[in-house]
Design a protein around this ligand. Sequence first.
Ligand code: SF4
Length: 286
Amino acid sequence: MICDLCPRECHIERGDTNGGYCGVGMLPKIARIAPHYDEEPILSGTHGAGTIFFSGCSLRCVFCQNYTISSEDNGRYITPYALSEEYKRLESMGVHNIEFVTPTHYIDAILESLEIYRPKLPLIYNSSGYDRADSLRRLEGIIDVYLPDFKYSDNMLANRLSGCNNYVEIATTAITEMLRQTGEPIIEDGLIKRGVIIRHLVLPNHVKNSIGVLELITEWFGTHVPISLMSQYFPAGRAEEFPDINRRVTKREYQKVLDKLYELGLDGFAQDTESADIKYVPKWDY
Ligand code: SF4
C-alpha cells in the first residue's frame, strides 16, 4: 500500500518487508515479546507489562536507547495472525496489559491482529509522540492507555537529533487527540486502566529543552496528565558523534528539571538516576 501512516508521509509503496523512513515493511517485525517489569509501577504492577517491542521507527533518534532495533536490522517478521497468538501467550503469563512499544508504523497490522483476537486486558500504545492525529483516530475505542514521549520543545534540537523540524507541532496535536480519546486517567488497584501518561527523557546539556517541554505540557494539557520524568539516558546509537549528548545526565541536571515539574504543579513519576545503564535495555531475543 501507499504509506502515509506517520508524519514522515513517505507516500511510497510499502510492501510486506520493505518500507520508507521507518525502514520496515507492513508486516510486524518483532524484537521482543515478554513481561516487562521496569515500566512505571502503574503499568508493570507485580506481574509485568505485556510488552511487544516492534522493530523500525518513524522517528529514529540518533541517541535511541534501543538503537539496534529502531535503526538496525534486528527483529523477525511475523503475520498479524501470529501476533494475535502472542496476545494469548502473554495473557496466559498473567501480565497486566498488552503494551505495543513503538507501534506508529504498524497501526494497520495491529488493527488486523486485534480483529482476529482482542485481548481482555488494557491495550497500551507506547510511542515517540511523533504520530499523525488522523492515524490515531483509527485507534479510538481500541487503545485504552497512551504512553507518548514528549521529547523536544526545541524544533532545532529535534531536527538535529531526530531529523524532523516539526516535532513540537506534531506531538502537541497527537497528545491532544490521545487525551480526547481517553479522558482523565482511571487507576484501579494500583494499575492504570485508561488515560495518558506523558514520558520525557532528560538529555545531557539540554535542561532548557526539558523545562520547555514541561511548560508546553502545562500550557497545552494543564496539570492533570501524569508525567514520567526519565533519567535513564546513556549514550547509545550514534550519540558519540554528538559531543553535547555523549555522556549521562548529571543528578544536578535531572534535579533542575524535577524542581520545574514541582514548581508547575505537575505530578507523576520520577526515575532513579541509577537506571541509566545498558543493563536495563531488554534482550532482543524474539
Ligand atoms: S510508516 Fe514508514 S513508510 Fe509509512 S510514512 Fe511513516 S516512515 Fe514512511
